[in-house]
Design a protein around this ligand. Structure first.
Ligand SMILES: C[S@@+](CC[C@H](N)C(=O)[O-])C[C@H]1O[C@@H](n2cnc3c(N)ncnc32)[C@H](O)[C@@H]1O
Length: 453
């Protein structure tokens, strides 16, 4: 076991490894304990620069270390550390360097005296520099893993690691961008942590153009603008787009004069990335026929807290006989079926994403009936990942990430229509339609508070 683990070069303390893999590509990794969800992950196949790059983006990872040694006991750790090549250690331990050793424990709090004991016990390492607690050049960490069961904390750690600290992740963003302190919010404003995860899944980067077709209060635009993307969005709701109407805050009846998406970006210093938002129905594209967006990232309405409406369609109007002109009347709004929302979203993304651009969105799920075939597909988009966020025993939502791999013009439309895996361009497959209508009905009856949309 030890010999096998010796080849792992880095260790990350993280809260969602799957998300990191989706965002930052393929690298080999080993979870220390396969049986439970350990936050310690050993990685290989990355340079230190790669690790810094991941940590500069990830809200799922807490810290990353260069792994120098590990073991089930302190004796095993010592053996492992003494086998670590001295040429790898010496650049960080020479006599002109300053350093500090930290002790991190997972699932247990150690008394100060015990921490000091642990540090003193590391004296077998050839540190030649000077200790500096305030501003050391190098930080080393002893990490003790006491499992994940708070009701059954072992006396001794299950596993111990020692390494050189490389970087911390961006977990601070979850606090600094919390919707609790956000200028403009609504009933379904997306949580800050999830918004950053979505922006990472979409690989949003500097100077990208990102679009949210169900923009609401713009939480996803806030996260994307933080990573340097220009952002725009649409919403069917006039009041939301113009920051008018009733406030979602407890002690406030009406929205204030500057409660809008632009002000949200201003709050975080990214107003210059704001392109615009407009009132528009996502079921009727107003965009010119061109690949415009580097990423489309959105949280569509599920019809539970937000109604799923769209503007009326011309096909509902009785056509007058030829030669007779009658000014047409478009019904104000009609139901927007869930399966149509997702079919339209995928179809829109197939047409308006640049090649390689990503669509990231939430799909509501009724767990007892869910199977992978429920996930809408489109032949121009490749499914990259499908991660579940459980909401209750029977409901969840799935974060779907897709990447554009083909232009719609390249499709053989007849073969496409005949392929049962894909929803037809217009309309939807009967199986999914039944699933979505059941979901919508059950959601309204049973899960009013579960879904955020
Ligand atoms: C779940 S909310 C999005 C919340 C948003 N992510 C935020 O952080 O505030 C869904 C939004 O879709 C909008 N919507 C509903 N039907 C729509 C349609 N047909 N076209 C465009 N927007 C629509 C609703 O007004 C609502 O603001």
């Amino acid at each position: 076991m030890l010999a096998h683990l010796h080849s792992w070069r880095y260790i990350l303390v993280m809260y969602n490894w799957k998300s990191c893999l989706i965002c930052f590509g393929v690298f080999t990794f080993k979870k220390k304990y396969e049986l439970y969800c350990s936050p310690f992950w050993c990685l290989n196949g990355l340079s230190e620069e790669d690790v810094r790059g991941i940590m500069a983006r990830s809200v799922c990872a807490k810290s990353a270390f260069e792994l120098w040694g590990h073991g089930q006991t302190h004796t095993e750790l010592r053996t492992s550390l003494l086998n670590y090549p001295s040429e790898n250690m010496s650049p960080f331990m020479h006599k002109d360097s300053t350093y500090r050793i930290n002790v991190y424990t997972f699932n247990k709090t150690l008394a100060f005296a015990d921490r000091i004991k642990r540090i003193d016990a590391m004296e077998y390492l050839p540190f030649k520099g000077t200790v500096s607690l305030k501003s050391p050049q190098h930080i080393f960490c002893l990490l003790e893993d006491y499992g994940t069961d708070p009701n059954n904390i072992p006396e001794h750690p299950d596993y111990i690691y020692f390494g050189r600290w490389i970087a911390d992740g961006q977990r601070e963003l979850i606090r600094s961008h919390s919707v609790k302190n956000r200028h403009f919010i609504g009933n379904t404003s997306m949580d800050a942590g999830l918004s950053f995860i979505m922006a990472n899944h979409a690989k949003v980067k500097e100077n990208d153009l990102v679009f949210d077709p169900f923009v609401g209060t713009g939480s996803l635009l806030v996260a994307c603008s933080h990573f340097g993307a220009y952002v725009c969005g649409t919403d069917i709701d006039y009041n939301t787009i113009h920051g008018k109407g009733r406030s979602s805050r407890k002690n406030q009846k009406w929205r204030g004069p500057d409660e809008n998406i632009r002000a949200n970006l201003r709050q975080y210093g990214t107003e210059k990335m704001y392109v615009d938002v407009m009132v528009s129905d996502a079921s009727k594209s107003v965009w010119k026929e061109a690949a415009l967006f580097d990423a489309i990232i959105t949280d569509p309405p599920y019809g539970i807290r937000e109604s799923t409406r769209r503007t009326g369609s011309h096909k509902d109007i009785t056509k007058p006989p030829d030669g007779i002109y009658v000014e047409s009347h478009v019904p104000v709004s009609q139901a927007y079926h869930l399966s149509d929302i997702f079919t339209d979203l995928l179809n829109f993304s197939a047409h308006h994403l640049v090649m390689g651009g990503r669509l990231v969105y939430w799909l509501p799920v009724y767990r007892p009936e869910y199977c992978e075939e429920m996930v809408p597909l489109n032949p121009c988009l490749q499914l990259i990942s499908n991660c579940e966020q459980t909401l209750s025993s029977h409901t969840s939502r799935r974060l779907i990430t897709m990447e554009k791999i083909k232009e719609p013009e390249e499709l053989d439309s007849l073969a496409y229509l005949a392929d049962p895996r894909f929803s037809p361009y217009q309309g939807h497959n009967a199986f999914r339609e039944k699933y979505f209508s059941g979901l919508n009905k059950r959601g309204k009856e049973n899960d009013k508070s579960d879904f955020n949309g």
